[in-house]
Design a protein. Structure first.
Length: 504
């Protein structure tokens, strides 16, 4: 990346030279616009802006009209008088002497005012561009809870968080990443709750990022996570402002990237990826039951095809006699070993899943469901696979849809295939070996220094209240110890409700 250092360039005060230098930088840019005029019929001036990033009507009424009707003096020792700033009807007007910074702000949507003989410019904020309206997140739909989701505009996203946390303790630190894109990245945390060491680590890792452009938050993930070679996500991505706020209240840090609706949350644990936003809006008994069901089906999604392969290949004695006869008769006409048949069905199911995602939304779901039914039925009738295998693959596919995190779903789907190979060659011993290797990897994994399997490893009994089950809100009076040591108390006292007293 070759980029000259232009941060020391200063405006000369000569309008012709400064204007020509800026025009040279925007050479062959059809959206670069400018308007030359005179102030008080004596002082030459020009405004510059990018078409599509500004509101033209507001520039006409709030900037051009006041300057064209101004009748006072313009120059005061090579500085614009305060009256010039006062007559411009804009909420944000800033002086800037650096030519490089002025060009960067124009590219960000500001309007630049240059006056002949003045050695600084005025940056006027009249930004306006088309953006997507606030909608319900498609990837994190809920029955109960807010329907608002983040958009591609970072200022809209910060406002959604501010509306939920009306405290000066909410800090939103802004930095620029991407040498060509100059993408704004905001570090969000609650001062007094978040551990300063975690905030410093996030800030340090982001400042080390050196890349041409940041197009999406996904560009940052692999550059700042602890172990990029792991299949397990170590950073949580969310479209929901309420989910980000809930994590900020537990001492975590959010990373908001302009031009993307996905916000990053660090540090995280494996169990956070298994928790849905709706778990905290539903009654705790129902939420805990569904969460336990979710943990059961993660084993189904990972191990069910492997167990089927191991049992039918090596351990037929584990099946009841009637079931064994049924499986054997179904496999009697199948020409392939059970591993090959299972791989064919799993790969076909994954292809249908991906096809359903890439097709237009109106027909994507229908195609994937109908395709799975048609292919499964046709494969059984053609004798390519047995009916029990189709049932196993179908249940496995359904189980993989139960996880709130799409990144975790991808990890489980990927690990399913090596587990199938281990089961085909070593039986149940291979499954135990593969599970042990996965578990040992998870134990060693970290997310910004926090153990991935916390609070199970290392064990912390008090933090188990929001892992496999969710205790009532009145019992969740402490923040997680990994991220909330600085301010551990969530409530002033135990708010357990008391039954009403009977009248005597």
């Amino acid at each position: 990346m070759n980029k000259t250092n232009q941060k020391g360039d200063l405006l000369t005060g000569n309008l012709q030279e400064d204007f020509q230098e800026i025009k040279n930088r925007f050479d062959r840019s059809s959206d670069f616009c400018y308007r030359e005029f005179e102030i008080n019929a004596a002082h030459k001036a020009v405004i510059l802006f990018i078409d599509g990033l500004v509101n033209m009507d507001r520039i006409d009424s709030n900037v051009l009209k006041p300057l064209l009707t101004y009748s006072g003096n313009v120059l005061q020792s090579e500085m614009l008088p305060k009256e010039i700033e006062d007559i411009i009807h804009s909420a944000a007007v800033k002086k800037e002497e650096s030519l490089h910074e002025a060009v960067d702000r124009v590219l960000s949507g500001d309007t630049l005012l240059l006056v002949d003989g003045v050695k600084h410019s005025l940056l006027i904020s009249e930004k306006s561009w088309e953006q997507r309206a606030i909608e319900e997140p498609a990837t994190e739909a809920v029955i109960y809870g807010p329907r608002e989701g983040f958009t591609e505009n970072i200022r809209t996203n910060t406002s959604l968080v501010r509306r939920r946390l009306k405290t000066a303790g909410l800090k939103l630190e802004s930095i620029k990443l991407g040498e060509l894109s100059q993408t704004e990245v905001v570090i969000a945390y609650l001062d007094g709750i978040a551990e300063q060491s975690i905030v410093e680590e996030v800030r340090s890792r982001l400042n080390r990022v050196s890349i041409d452009a940041i197009v999406d938050s996904g560009y940052i993930v692999e550059l700042i996570e602890d172990n990029p070679s792991s299949v397990f996500p170590q950073i949580l991505q969310t479209e929901r402002p309420d989910r980000l706020v809930g994590n900020l209240l537990e001492g975590r840090v959010g990373i908001m990237v302009d031009n993307t609706p996905f916000v990053l949350i660090v540090p995280i644990t494996f169990f956070q990826l298994m928790n849905a936003t709706e778990d905290y809006y539903e009654r705790y008994i129902l939420a805990s039951t569904i969460r336990c069901l979710r943990y059961f089906f993660i084993f189904v999604a990972l191990l069910f095809p492997s167990i089927y392969i191991a049992v039918t290949t090596f351990h037929q004695e584990l099946l009841p006699t009637n079931l064994l006869f049924s499986v054997a008769s179904a496999r009697e006409s199948v020409p392939f070993p059970v591993l090959i048949a299972a791989l064919l069905m799993e790969i076909s199911f994954e292809a249908l899943r991906e096809a359903g995602l890439r097709l237009p939304r109106a027909i994507g779901g229908t195609i994937s469901i109908v395709g799975a039914l048609v292919i499964g039925q046709a494969a059984v009738q053609a004798g390519i696979v047995g009916a029990p295998l189709v049932i196993v693959v179908s249940i496995t596919g359904i189980a993989s849809f139960m996880f709130p995190s799409y990144s975790l779903t991808g990890a489980i789907r990927l690990l399913r295939f090596p587990m199938m190979f281990l089961a085909a060659f070593l039986g149940l011993y291979g499954i135990l070996l593969g599970f042990f290797l996965i578990l040992s990897h998870l134990v060693r994994l970290r997310s910004f220094g926090v153990p991935y399997l916390s609070p199970l490893s290392p064990f912390n009994f008090s933090d188990l209240k929001d892992v496999f089950i969710r205790v009532p809100w009145w019992a969740m009076n402490k923040r997680p110890s990994d991220t909330g040591k600085k301010n551990p108390n969530r409530m002033r006292k135990l708010l357990r409700p008391h039954p009403p007293q009977r009248k005597k």
